[in-house]
Write a protein that binds this ligand. Sequence first.
Ligand SMILES: Nc1nc2c(c(=O)[nH]1)N[C@H]1C(S)=C(S)[C@@H](COP(=O)(O)OP(=O)(O)OC[C@H]3O[C@@H](n4cnc5c(=O)[nH]c(N)nc54)[C@H](O)[C@@H]3O)O[C@H]1N2
Ligand SMILES: Nc1nc2c(c(=O)[nH]1)N[C@H]1C(S)=C(S)[C@@H](COP(=O)(O)OP(=O)(O)OC[C@H]3O[C@@H](n4cnc5c(=O)[nH]c(N)nc54)[C@H](O)[C@@H]3O)O[C@H]1N2
Ligand code: SF4
Ligand SMILES: [Mo]
Length: 720
Amino acid sequence: MGGDPIPTYCPLCVSRCGALATVEDGRLLALQPNPDHPTGRALCVKGKAAPDIVEHPGRLLHPLRRTNPKDAADPGWERISWEEALGTIARRLLALKAEHGPEVVAFSSSSPSTSAISDAIDWVLRLVRAFGTPNFSTYMELCGWGRYLAPLYTYGTSVPGVYLPDLDNAGCILFWGYNPSVARLAHATSTAAAVARGAKLIVVDPRKVGLAAKADHWLRVRPGTDAALALALTHVMIENGWYDADFVRDWTNAEDVVEGRTVWSLLTARCAEYPPEVAEDITGVSAADIVAAARTLWESRPVAFYTWSGLEQHSGTTQITRAINVLYALTGSFDVPGGNVLFESVPANRIDGMELVSRDGPATVGLAERPLGPARFGFATGEDVYTAALDGRIKALVGFGGNPVMAHGDSARGRDALRSLDFFVQADLFMTPTAELADIVLPVTTPFESEALKIGFEYSQEAQSLVQLRRPLVPPRGETRSDLRIVFDLATRLGLGEHFWDGDIDAAFRYQLAPSGITLEELRAHPEGVRVPLTTRHRKYVDTGFATPSRKVELYSTTLAAHGYPPLPTYDEPLTSPRSRPDLAERFPLVLSCAKSLFFCETQHRQVASLRKSQRDPQVELHPDTAAVRGISAGDWVSIDTPKGSVRARAKLNANLDPQVVFGQHGWWEACAELDLPGYPPYGPGSANLNLVLSQTPSDPISGSSPLRASVCDVSPLGG
Ligand SMILES: Nc1nc2c(c(=O)[nH]1)N[C@H]1C(S)=C(S)[C@@H](COP(=O)(O)OP(=O)(O)OC[C@H]3O[C@@H](n4cnc5c(=O)[nH]c(N)nc54)[C@H](O)[C@@H]3O)O[C@H]1N2
Ligand SMILES: Nc1nc2c(c(=O)[nH]1)N[C@H]1C(S)=C(S)[C@@H](COP(=O)(O)OP(=O)(O)OC[C@H]3O[C@@H](n4cnc5c(=O)[nH]c(N)nc54)[C@H](O)[C@@H]3O)O[C@H]1N2
Ligand code: SF4
Ligand SMILES: [Mo]
C-alpha cells in the first residue's frame, strides 16, 4: 500500500540524518531528506542506498551453526532455529562463567559511529554489566578515546565528545583530523551555513578535503605530528597574550605550584620548545601559517572545535589530545555560547546498567598495562582482547556487529585470536571475514526493519530536544531480528530477565522515557518525533567546578603525574615514522595514513552496487612527483609496501599532498556481484586489506591506540 512519506531517520552512521521514507507494498522505495528534522537537511549516498541494503541478496536470513573446524576452508554452515541458537549460546556462556568466572566471556560491538548498533549499544552494555564481565570492546581506542575519555584528564568531562561544537553560534570553527563532509553530513551542512554567515574555519588535515577548500586556514600537518602544531599554536597565543587570562587564572590550575614552579610557567616553557620555526620543521606547516591561525583563534572567538579519526589512531594519541585540549582551554570558549557546549538533554532514565557494575569485580583486560587507558572505563582494546584470547584469559566472545579482523591492524593475528576462542558468536547483517570465524552467526535486521528509540540528536539545542521512535518501515526479511530483540531474548535465557523487564522491550522503553513525560503511545502516533522545550545553560562550571582532582581545568594533569606519565602535553614523534625509524626509512621512505570513504561505512557496503559504482576499486592517494619517480601513473594498480607486507590499490594522484605522504583506505574485501567487481582476500597474496600490513603496535602508552595513521611505507608499481 502506498501512502504519505513516513518520517524517520537514517541510523547508518553517526550523522543520523532526519529522513522521509517512501514505502509501497511492504517495500522500502526511497529515503529523502526531511528538512523539518534538525538533522534532515541532506542525505548522503549511503542513506539513499538504504533500499539496496535492505534487499541485498547477500543478507543473512537465518541463524547458522558451524559444523567444520575453525581452520577449515568451508565452515560448513548449517541452518538452525533461533531456539537452538539462543539456547546453545546461553548454555555455553553460563557454563564458561560457572567454571572460570564471568570475565572469560567478552562482548564486542561495531562502532555506533558506523552502524545502527547505536540503536542498541546501551542495552548491549546493560547485558554485559548484568552478565558481570568487565570485558567489552568497541574500538574505543581507535575512535572514541580522544573525544570522550582522554579529555577527562584535562576537563573532567568529554570535550568535544559531549561538550559539542555550537556551530550555529561559533565565531571560529576548528576541525582537526575531522572531515564531516564525508563522515557526518549534519555537521558539514551546519558548518557550511556557519561559514556563509561569516564564521572563520580552520582545518588541520594532511589532505585538502571537504571543508578545507572553504577554510580560512588549511594547515597541512604531517601525519601524527599534531601535538607539535598544538604546542606551537599555544606558544604563539601565550607570547602575544592571545588567551583568556581570567579563565586561565580562575578556572585552570595555572597558578598551582608543582615541581617548585607554577603550572603556567611550566606550560609556557614547554610550549617555548616549539616556536613556529621549530614546529614548521616537524609538522610541515609554515611558521607564518601557525601565527596566522593562532591570531584567528583569538580574534574570532568563540571557538568551537571537533577532532576525530585523524588524531585517534596514533602512537601519541593521548598527548595529541592533551595538547589540543590545553590549547582550547586558553581560548576561554569552553561552555560559552558558540564554544563547545553541553546542550540540555531530555530527562530520561539511564539504561546502560552502570549500577550493575560491582566495584571489586574482575578487571578489564589491559588495566594492569595501562591503568589510565580505556580499560579503566570498562573498554577493552582490540589488541588486549586478542592477547587475552590467545593466552586463554578470554574464552568466549559475543559480537554485536563489528568486523574486527578487518578493522584492526595485524589482521592475521586477529584471525588467529578469534580462532583460538572456545566459543564465538557473531550477530551481523552479512557474512564477513570476522563472522566466518564464529561458531554461531545470528542474522540481524537492518534498521529500516526495526524499531528504535532516540532521545536527542546531539548537534544543537533544538536537535537535542527531539525524541523520536523510529518505526519499522518494512517487515524483517527472513528470520532476522534486531540487536535489541537479541539482547532481550539472550538476557532472559541467561537468567537476567529481572534486569530486562522479562524480555518486554516496550516496558523497557517506558522505563527509559518515564522522566521525560513523553509516552510510547505519543511517540508511536508521531513518527516525526516529539519536541521538549529546553534551554541551554552555559558556564555550568561556575556552580560546580570541574570534575578533576583540582576542580579546575588541568593544564598540568595531576592524574597523569601520579601515574608517572608526562603531566604537561608533550610532542612525541610517531613511533614508526621515517624520522623515528631511520633503520626503516631507506626501504620505506613514505608516511602512510588513511581516511574514510564517502561511499562506504568502514569495511561495509562494497557489495552494494549503487555505492560501489561510484568507487569501484581500493584507492591510494599520492603526490604526482612521488608517483612519477616510481613510474606510476594515475589509475595504475600499485603495491602499498610496509615492513609487514604488501597490499594492492589503484593510484590516485593528489597534488595537494606533501610528496612524502600517502593515503590509503582500509576495509576492502567484499565483491559486488551485480557489477561483476571482485572481492579481495583479507589475508595473503592479492589482498587489498590495508590493515593486513598495518600494525597494532607500538601503540599509545597511555591508551593503547594503534598507530594506523602514521606508518612507514613505500608504493611500487604492480605489473600485469
Ligand atoms: N562515509 C563515511 N562516514 C563515516 C564513516 C565511514 O566509514 N564512511 N565512519 C564513521 C566513523 S566510525 C568515524 S570514526 C567517523 C570518522 O570521521 P573522520 O574523523 O572525519 O574520518 P576520516 O576521514 O577517517 O579522518 C578525518 C581526516 O583526518 C585526516 N588525517 C589523517 N591522518 C591525520 C593526522 O595524522 N593528523 C590530522 N590532523 N589529520 C589526519 C584525514 O585526511 C581525514 O580527512 O566517521 C563516521 N562516518
Ligand atoms: N586502517 C584503519 N582501520 C580502521 C579505521 C581507519 O580509519 N583506518 N577506523 C577505525 C574506526 S574509527 C572504527 S570505529 C572501526 C570500525 O570497525 P567496525 O565497527 O567493526 O565497523 P565495520 O568494519 O564497518 O564493521 C561493521 C560490521 O557490523 C555490521 N553491522 C552493520 N550494522 C549493524 C547493526 O545494526 N547490527 C549488527 N549486529 N551489525 C551491524 C556490518 O555488516 C559489518 O560487518 O574501524 C577502525 N579501523
Ligand atoms: S550521512 Fe548518510 S549514512 Fe550517515 S546518517 Fe546521514 S544519510 Fe545515513
Ligand atoms: Mo570510528
